[in-house]
Design a protein around this ligand. Structure first.
Ligand SMILES: C[S@@+](CC[C@H](N)C(=O)[O-])C[C@H]1O[C@@H](n2cnc3c(N)ncnc32)[C@H](O)[C@@H]1O
Length: 377
């Protein structure tokens, strides 16, 4: 067995850190969301939860978070969280269950706690076959050692109830290496689902390869689901990737917030501090938004509502805080026209692109970029 399979290294810490950051946002919202009574959480390759070096794995991270949020919000919430932990190796789930009991991580009032020892292929079909029950939301974490089991088709089926979010971790460094050399059949089958034939052998770097995978997923699921990636670097040219899938713009926004909080500069990924190559250093950095600014200005060459602007920002994998910064800059140089729909005088710096306006689809104003526009306020 490889060492990385026994002790999670730094890259695994980042994996669970992103899982936690995202889930924290997601669960906090669901705990208070109208109409939601149950959240089903699935960790389909859960492992043993605690490693020899004392590091805690995904199921324990998930449970600690659920416990914290459940007890914090229960005065205002009746949502329960059902945890479903699966690993085909029974020894691992026994160890996990003992650890959970020993650390008192679960109380029945929080929701159910179930362990399964199924093969992924079996358990994922069972989840897919479950009927969509009103008020139930699902989160599925898929963290295999390899990619052999995984198919975009499964992900699409899991998402088809439009109430499910999926976080998938893939050891893309092996895939990238294979892609460069001869491709084994299992990888070929995976790639053929997502990448056009001509692109399969053309990635110039691991990052490029992961972005191509992300865009391939995105094209396959276009119009139905949102997809994003987060790249975790272990060594120079050794990349892992988390892929996130959701049917909801809001879920997508929460994932973007989680990943931008780890990589404040590019919202792209994480790497250890290499001596020579420091791809994603993020100490005291500002978000790099130049490319987004260009796109946004082009987008604003036509009148756009606050709601359209919000969608555009999130679909371009940026945060509304980035859009606000850019809008302020354009406004300060008098290049932004703002028309409030109620004909009131626009307030400087008020753009209404937050979730409050978006969730009620409240069109408050229209924007347009005009280089040195004459209409000012
Ligand atoms: C990468 S580890 C999971 C690590 C875990 N998510 C964590 O954060 O600690 C993958 C786990 O999946 C299990 N596994 C491998 N293939 C499987 C399959 N086909 N079905 C179910 N479990 C599988 C292994 O026993 C192993 O514990």
């Amino acid at each position: 067995m490889k060492d990385s399979q026994i002790n999670p290294y730094e890259h695994s810490d980042i994996k669970v850190k992103l899982l936690r950051l995202y889930l924290e946002k997601y669960i906090n919202i669901l705990a208070l969301a109208k109409g939601v009574h149950t959240v089903e959480v699935y960790d389909l390759f859960c492992g043993e939860g605690i490693y020899n070096n004392g590091k805690e794995g995904s199921p324990v991270i998930i449970l600690r978070l659920i416990k914290e949020i459940y007890y914090k919000s229960r005065k205002n919430s009746e949502v329960i969280f059902n945890c479903n932990f699966n690993d085909y190796n029974q020894e691992k789930t026994i160890k996990l269950s003992n650890y959970i009991a020993q650390k008192k991580l679960h109380y029945p009032e929080m929701g159910s706690l179930k362990f399964f020892n199924e093969d992924y292929q079996v358990i994922k079909d069972r989840i897919i076959q479950q009927t969509n029950i009103k008020g139930v939301k699902r989160f599925v974490f898929i963290d295999p050692y390899g990619y052999k089991n995984i198919s975009v088709g499964h992900i699409e089926n899991l998402l088809s109830d439009r109430n499910t979010e999926v976080l998938l971790f893939l050891p893309t460094q092996f895939m990238y290496r294979f892609e460069k050399k001869s491709t084994p059949e299992s990888l070929y089958n995976f790639l053929i689902e997502v990448m056009p034939e001509e692109e399969k052998s053309m990635s110039s770097s691991g990052v490029d390869f992961i972005h191509k995978l992300r865009d391939g997923f995105g094209d396959k699921l276009k119009g139905k689901h949102y997809v994003d990636s987060f790249i975790i670097t272990r060594n120079v040219n050794e990349f892992f990737a988390l892929f996130f899938f959701t049917s909801h713009l809001y879920g997508f926004e929460k994932f973007l917030e989680a990943k931008w909080s780890i990589d404040e500069e590019e919202g792209r990924g994480w790497s250890p501090k290499f001596e020579e190559v420091d791809l994603f250093s993020n100490i005291g950095v500002e978000a790099r938004t130049d490319k987004f600014e260009e796109k946004l200005i082009t987008f604003l060459s036509q009148l756009r509502s606050n709601i359209e602007l919000h969608h555009f920002t999130i679909e371009n994998r940026h945060l509304t805080t980035h859009a606000v910064q850019i809008l302020k800059k354009i406004q300060n140089s008098n290049n932004l026209i703002v028309n409030n729909v109620d004909n009131s005088k626009p307030r400087k710096g008020a753009f209404y692109i937050g979730w409050n306006e978006v969730k009620t689809n409240m069109i408050k104003c229209y924007f347009k970029y005009e280089n040195n526009g004459t209409i000012k306020y």
